[in-house]
Each structure stands twice: as C-alpha cells, then as structure tokens.
Design a protein around this ligand. Sequence first.
Ligand code: SAH
Ligand code: DHB
Ligand code: MG
Length: 219
Amino acid sequence: MSQSDWTAVDAYLVEALQAPDPVLEQALADSAAAGLPAINVAPNQGKLLQLLAQTQGARRILEIGTLGGYSTIWLGRALPPNGRLISLEYEARHAEVARGNLARAGLAKQVEVRVGRGVDLLPDLAGEAPFDFTFIDADKASNPDYFAWALKLSKPGSLIVVDNVVRGGGVTDAKGDANIQGIRRMMQMIAAEPRVTATAVQTVGSKGWDGFCLIRVVT
Ligand code: SAH
Ligand code: DHB
Ligand code: MG
C-alpha cells in the first residue's frame, strides 16, 4: 500500500462523508493560482480540526501558519458568532490570498491574519488569550517556541494540535534536519511538561505519511 492507495481511500472517505464545498474548493484554486504550495491540510483533516475545535467549544482559536487560509476556514467555521480566530503568517503574499479566501467564506469579521514571524507575533497575543484551541502548522524548526507560547496562551482544558510531526517517518532520525530537530525537541518538552497530557498519531492520506500531535492543557 502506498500513496495512490492512500489518495484513493481519502477520495472515498471525503466523498462518503463530506458534501462538496465550493468555498473551500475555491480557496484551494485561488491558492494554487497565486503560486502557493499545496501544503494545506487534506479535507478530512480540516474537518477533524473543525470537529476538535467544536468539541472544545472553542471561542478563541489561534493558528500559527495560515498559508492560503484553508485550515483557517475549517477552524473559523467552528466558532460561535462571538468567537474569534487569529492566524499568524510570515509571508505577506500568503496572508493576502488567505484574507480573500476568508472574506469569501464570510469569516472576515471573526478571523484576523497577522503578518510576521510567529516568534515575533506571539508575545503580542497576551491580550487575546487564553485560546481554547491552537493549531501549530508553520516552520517546524520553531515548534519548541510555538509549543511554549501556545501553552503560555492557553488555560486548563485548552487543546493544542501540531501538524506534520511524522514527516514521512523522518521524525525517528535523531540526526535529521532543522525541521526534524524542531519536532523532536518539542516532543521532549511536551514529555517533560507536567501541565499537559499528550499523544501523537500517524496519518496516511492524500497528503502523504505524516501525523498530528494532540496536547491537552491540564493545569
Ligand atoms: N495551516 C495551513 C498550512 C500552513 S503551511 C493549512 O493547512 O491550510 C505553513 C505556513 O507557515 C506557510 O504559509 C509559511 O509561509 C508559514 N511560515 C513559515 N515560517 C513561518 C514563521 N516563522 N512564522 C509564521 N509563519 C511561517
Ligand atoms: C510542509 C508544511 C506543512 O505544514 C505541511 O502540512 C506539509 C509540508 C512543508 O513545509 O514541506
Ligand atoms: Mg501542515
């Protein structure tokens, strides 16, 4: 079993359980037309993020790594009417595409995309915290910083989800590149952090072999 099988099964699952969504499809089309890389979450992963945020009853959501706003739309739609999502993006060009996609999704009022390096923008978010749900999905080398900030900006009961913690199996390479080192150091931090309880699961699908780490803030 490999990529073509995983893609076929994802196509089946999405077709079986998820209605066609012109707004999300246009978001991907506009992202591609603007030359953004197709490294958004898969449709069934987006729905998973949405279900998790809904289960949280999330009113404040933080995302690190907006790209064209695809995962942002999934999460923004989990918000109640008075809810708010802040998404951080380094590339102004990506943020511009995302803002267009979010406006088309009717989320312009509830979602704010801030442009800059995650590590530079996170210290400014104390006034918006605590976040009920955080999705970490930017440069993987910075994951230790992102986890530390997400924890600081959380409260007991908050959920933090980290994308791409498996990287086609690369996470097991103790001598891996800066991205792998970032994931592995974050894992060590999580393991040593008494305020959280966490697990990680591998995924295969249309976006390849990867995984999510789920971290619940306990105290
Ligand atoms: N969450 C998106 C995908 C994000 S891809 C989705 O699933 O639809 C990762 C994004 O992180 C890219 O847009 C990239 O420009 C951005 N990024 C890279 N380095 C960053 C940094 N230091 N701070 C904030 N964003 C960064
Ligand atoms: C990459 C980043 C992602 O967030 C992702 O989901 C897949 C790939 C990357 O930088 O290659
Ligand atoms: Mg990702």
